[in-house]
Design a binder for this molecule. Structure first.
Ligand SMILES: Cc1cc2nc3c(=O)[nH]c(=O)nc-3n(C[C@H](O)[C@H](O)[C@H](O)COP(=O)(O)OP(=O)(O)OC[C@H]3O[C@@H](n4cnc5c(N)ncnc54)[C@H](O)[C@@H]3O)c2cc1C
Length: 410
């Protein structure tokens, strides 16, 4: 049998993995990248340290219109196989609370070993190459004809691994959706995910710079959309930090439907409402020599206290011993249920990933092959699957890349 020709479009985490796996099956692999170099986004992952996966992995770590699709795929190329893949290329890991990083702490190490493996497997990487048109079933000559700014490439199978629209400066400008549509696929509207939330209230300009432990609960139409807890950052336009990133995709989708979204921040999530109120009453005795502006000093951030007092209609110069039960109750409600209206999410420029993408009902989870076109495969973020923070998006890229690459070459 003649050697199978596999074309991969997009040299990110998923496309490079797909290229390596296809080449290891003996295929002749061409990897087309429109940027100057491969894997630019990998360099910015995990703040330059590349949190490439996580020991803890279940369905709750991924979102999709088809909730069981992501784990069906990942179970075919799970963490252990991912670690073997990297070990075989010489990688050594370090782990913190289940979060996995390269031992050197350098994202560039992950990119370097992938590039050198592609070289070893004789993957033909064509950079600065724009895909202009894809045609399938070109007579009996080949299945796919990819017309690009650097010539025409013919392949027996084609893998689209162009990423989504998040962080377009790294190359993922959404052009892959056009290619998928050309092949008859339906795209679920891509929206920014793992991103900051913009809020309406003007007091945020006075809260900017605060980092505090808090829980964030999103509500819309009287329903809880999502909740998370951790270090929240208050900014001049709204809220940020890991817990905000984790819930952001729900805000984006709800706002896109035209629904109002409210975020409730709990600045003391370690205790319930009544316990917090009791604490404030005891504090009133303990700090009776202070004025209100210092009532929470030693507990909450000073800038936060000043906004809480203003929202509770308590003057900062009131002696603590004169605070009434109703003042304490209002203050408790603000500490435990600080409400803010989410008006928007930040743009794709700031987002770490995308929710939405190619509808996964049109993709076979066992092979990543299109259910619409034989010989067409998808890998990575271009699909309607987004992971939470913690290495899950890269794991999605490795798993889908390995599966698509292997099957495209069979
Ligand atoms: C700042 C930041 C930090 C992150 N940190 C983490 C982390 O620590 N852990 C984690 O799991 N995830 C992280 N992510 C998410 C993760 O990086 C992505 O989900 C993952 O890289 C997606 O891989 P991909 O191969 O699907 O797409 P991409 O990495 O986006 O790669 C797509 C490639 O295709 C190319 N391309 C696009 N269109 C075309 C076209 N038409 N023709 C040719 N080439 C094309 C692009 O130039 C790009 O090189 C982070 C993301 C960002 C932005």
């Amino acid at each position: 049998m003649s050697q199978k020709r596999v074309i991969v479009i997009g040299a990110g985490a998923s496309g490079m993995t797909a290229a390596v796996f296809a080449a290891r099956q003996g295929a002749d692999v061409t990897l087309i990248e429109h940027g100057k170099r491969a894997g630019k986004k990998i360099l910015s992952t995990g703040n330059g340290r590349c949190n490439f996966s996580n020991r803890y992995m279940d369905a709750s770590c991924y979102r999709s219109e088809v909730p069981d699709f992501p784990m069906k795929v990942i179970s075919r190329f799970p963490l252990e196989m991912t670690l073997d893949f990297f070990r075989d290329m010489g990688a050594v890991f370090r782990e913190r609370d289940g979060y996995l990083y390269p031992y050197s702490g350098q994202a560039s190490a992950v990119l370097d070993i992938l590039c050198s493996e592609m070289e070893r497997e004789k993957v033909k990487l064509i950079t600065e190459c724009e895909t202009e048109h894809i045609a399938d079933r070109n007579g009996s000559l080949c299945e796919y004809r990819v017309e690009t700014s650097r010539g025409v490439f013919l392949g027996d199978s084609l893998i689209i691994a162009t990423g989504g629209k998040a962080a377009p400066a790294t190359g993922s400008d959404g052009s892959g959706y056009r290619l998928a549509k050309q092949m008859g696929h339906h795209i679920i509207k891509p929206l920014p995910a793992l991103v900051q939330l913009r809020c309406r209230e003007r007091f945020f300009s006075r809260l900017a710079g605060i980092r505090t432990e808090a829980s964030v609960t999103l509500y819309s139409c009287g329903q809880i959309l999502a909740r998370d807890q951790g270090e929240v950052q208050l900014t001049d336009y709204g809220i940020s930090g890991i817990p905000v990133f984790q819930v952001s995709r729900f805000a984006a989708r709800e706002l896109d439907r035209g629904n109002a979204v409210e975020a409730i921040l709990d600045f003391y999530p370690v205790a319930g409402f009544d316990e917090t109120e009791k604490m404030l009453h005891s504090r009133k005795m303990l700090c009776s020599n202070r004025t209100a502006e210092n009532f929470l000093t030693g507990w909450l951030h000073k800038k936060l206290t000043s906004v809480l007092l203003r929202e509770a209609n308590i003057r900062p110069d009131v002696p603590v011993k004169e605070l009434r039960d109703t003042d304490i109750h209002r203050l408790t409600a603000l500490i435990k249920e600080f409400s803010t209206e989410v008006t928007a999410v930040n743009s794709f420029d700031q987002a770490q990933t995308c929710s939405g993408g190619v509808d996964v009902r049109e993709i076979d989870p066992e092979t990543m092959q299109s259910r619409k076109k034989r010989g067409l495969y998808f890998a990575g973020e271009i699909m309607d699957v987004d992971g939470i923070c913690g290495g899950y998006n890269l794991q999605w890229a490795w798993s889908t890349g390995a599966i698509a690459g292997t099957h495209a070459a069979l």
